[in-house]
Design a protein. Structure first.
Length: 462
């Protein structure tokens, strides 16, 4: 019997395996069969964020205690929207009230305008590019790079793959064409490298027989004979969600190539190509981008820049006396030059990271736990350490006073710094707790009162 069909039957007949391959949520165990982990019953495509935005906007500025609740369960109706709206940086706030960011205002402008749905789609992608969805920094860029690594590992031709992706999402008969495509297999078994290796090393005849097996059961809606039918007829997934995933991948690729070509600048050529593909007026969208160029370029830089976040200088904006002496006292909030809470560009204060490093003796906070390894920096020869905001800068709007105080700065070696930003939740949870216990009283003196649970929420720790 065809080895591919045998593999598929094994999954179909094993209850646990079946669940893993048809799960729409990472919380259910281990999703395998989709590209983007945010795709689920609430967010089947990018346009779903528009609906969620509208729903969450209805409780903007309202104390959470007054949010409407479901009659039977007494659960908050809008709770399901909170994390996605904060992760996408469309809203900011504390645990009780939320307000739109500048980017949120821009997103609202797009959704309130007379842009068509096709026009809204590409603008939504542009505005969501810097999202930290699913606890992943630079989520869209992170997945795009993960996809490229898989393509390379399978010895597939990147250029041909993206040509096929475009042909598929532009197809007038998408459902039929996607089921006959290798990309459907890549999507369905995305996290299963063992199967993918077998599939792409199989003969054309073996592949064709396997695809016919899938198509036959899919056409009959026979979920008992093939787990893939069960997946798409269980309401958890929709075949058109794959079209959206392919579009995101394709335009992520164009954006990445354009940034690379223009030395990390962007000319928005991908917008022009998108408009050609969907018969749209590119002038209309390019004018919108031009009017909001500062904000949109900041989003692109934060979300899809090829430069490492950790290699760039973070600007410490605070009072010099407070920083150097290590005094813990409240500081008036400054306006940061970011799209999150900037209403008009303002002067940045002097960079003061060298003072923070010196205050911490050029050592990592976790040195005694992790036996951190250092290397001498080129300029001064001191240990190279990086300065981390315990309360992340993107949540500065949650507080009435500035988070740019010495109490909120932590000296870390590069490895520990990366761990706090991109490490798994269960792994970094204890490290966050150690930092919190060390700094909570100092932060309180600076009128930055925050509980451990609230701090964990800022790091998307489940």
């Amino acid at each position: 019997m065809n080895e591919l069909i045998q593999y598929c039957n094994k999954i179909t007949n094993d209850e646990l395996l079946n669940k893993r391959y048809t799960s729409s949520s990472e919380k259910e165990g281990f999703y395998i069969g989709k590209f983007y982990s945010f795709i689920n019953t609430n967010y089947r495509n990018l346009m779903s964020f528009g609906k969620a935005f509208r729903e969450f906007e209805s409780v903007e500025g309202i104390d959470r205690l007054k949010w409407p609740k479901k009659e039977k369960s007494n659960q908050e109706i809008h709770k399901q929207y909170k994390n996605p709206m904060v992760w996408t940086r469309l809203f900011e706030g504390n645990q009780n009230t939320f307000k739109k960011t500048l980017k949120g205002d821009l997103f609202k402008q797009v959704w309130d305008s007379n842009f068509s749905n096709d026009e809204k789609w590409i603008l939504a992608l542009l505005l969501l590019l810097d999202s930290n969805l699913q606890n992943k920094y630079q989520y869209f860029k992170s997945f795009y790079e993960e996809f490229l690594n898989l393509v390379s590992w399978l010895n597939l031709d990147r250029e041909i793959i993206f040509i096929e992706i475009r042909e598929l999402f532009m197809s007038s008969n998408f459902e039929k064409d996607i089921l006959a495509s290798d990309l459907f297999i890549l999507n369905t078994f995305y996290k299963d490298k063992d199967f993918l290796k077998i599939f792409f090393n199989s003969t054309s005849a073996e592949k064709e027989e396997f695809k016919n097996h899938i198509f036959k059961n899919f056409s009959k809606k026979d979920s008992k004979q093939c787990f893939i039918s069960n997946k798409f007829f269980s309401t958890k997934f929709h075949i058109n969600s794959i079209k959206d995933e392919l579009k995101i991948l394709y335009y992520s690729n164009l954006i990445s190539l354009e940034l690379l070509k223009n030395n990390e600048d962007i000319k928005f050529d991908f917008i022009s190509e998108y408009c050609r593909n969907f018969n749209l007026n590119d002038l209309k969208m390019l004018n919108f981008i031009k009017e909001n160029l500062f904000t949109i370029k900041t989003i692109l830089k934060n979300g899809f820049s090829n430069s490492s976040k950790f290699e760039k200088e973070e600007e410490a904006i605070c009072d010099l006396k407070s920083l150097v002496l290590g005094d813990d006292e409240p500081q008036e909030k400054e306006v940061f030059a970011t799209y999150i809470n900037l209403r008009s560009p303002s002067k940045r204060f002097e960079k003061l990271k060298p003072f923070v490093r010196k205050l911490n003796n050029y050592k990592c906070f976790f040195e005694n736990i992790n036996k951190c390894w250092y290397f001498p920096e080129k300029k001064e020869g001191n240990n190279y350490v990086e300065i981390h905001h315990l309360i992340p800068r993107e949540f500065s709007g949650n507080f009435g006073y500035s988070i740019e105080v010495a109490a909120n700065y932590v000296s870390l070696c590069p490895n520990c710094h990366r761990m706090l930003h991109i490490g798994k939740s269960d792994f970094k949870k204890e490290y966050i707790k150690l930092l919190y216990l060390d700094r909570k009283n100092r932060l309180k003196k600076c009128k930055l009162d925050i509980s451990l649970t609230e701090l964990e929420d800022l790091y998307f720790i489940n």
